[in-house]
Design a protein around this ligand. Sequence first.
Ligand code: PHE
Ligand code: ZN
Ligand code: ZN
Ligand code: ZN
Ligand code: CA
Length: 295
Amino acid sequence: APDLSLANVKAHLSQLQSIATANGGNRAHGRSGYLASANYVMGQLDAAGFSTVLQSFTYNGATGYNVIADWPGGDPNDILMTGAHLDSVTAGPGINDNGSGSASILETALEVARQSLQPAKHLRFAWWGAEELGLRGSQFYVSNLPVAERAKIKGYLNFDMVGSPNAGYFVYDGDNSDGTGSGPGPAGSAALERTIQDYFTSISVPTRGTDFDGRSDYGPFIAVGIPAGGTFTGAEGIKSAAQATLWGGTAGQAFDVCYHRACDTTANISDTALDRNADAIAYTVWTIATAVPPA
Ligand code: PHE
Ligand code: ZN
Ligand code: ZN
Ligand code: ZN
Ligand code: CA
């Protein structure tokens, strides 16, 4: 799997920051900064050779958009989907939440194109609208997928906040190995969790589980039985002393002190966390998509 360029990921973040600055300071649902963000992502993907769709929906009297991008080729009945929400809250530019996930999956997709990857699986990437208003874009996408199309999606990888300045390294707990939360994800989620963990093990970074608590866009996928996985570096939660020992950073402080605030700018990013997570995304997509299917 490739080592993604941190500089390229950060260049996408700078573009999203500029879009927010030019559009009243945010990239929220129904605001001009959101559509500009969607157009930026779509422009990059179109130029790289993806088949893209701007899927619109209505929520709260405003039009929202999902960007859906398919990489031509692979088994059309065996789809690996990777997604991140592209909207911010109205309070700020949303660079960690969730420019970080959006930029990381964008750079993964662009690297697929640069390498002319010919994976066994079909690859689909998604940038969701209106997550901050209750997972509206991802819910719209899943609800409007014909059941036959739904059945072709064999896994969904979600990345929401992967550059938190006081980062933790959390992996969605697909097998509920910690026994907490609402239980395991759909069958197959544990394998996604293990693949992500394998990457962090390879760079000697310890991880911990985080529950499928319904707070991000995997929700509508697991609700219809699609296996899901992903990473998260923490939001408003407070880093414990044990977590600071494990990962460094500051105990007693939030993983992201600028969560949902105006200060969630390009300054609100841990380059180390962003680099590790971007590389984990590329590793996971490459490993799963290029696996030789059983005969
Ligand atoms: N979805 C939350 C938000 O966008 C952040 C979050 C992600 C919280 C993952 C918990 C787990 O604000
Ligand atoms: Zn790297
Ligand atoms: Zn948020
Ligand atoms: Zn988020
Ligand atoms: Ca659990």
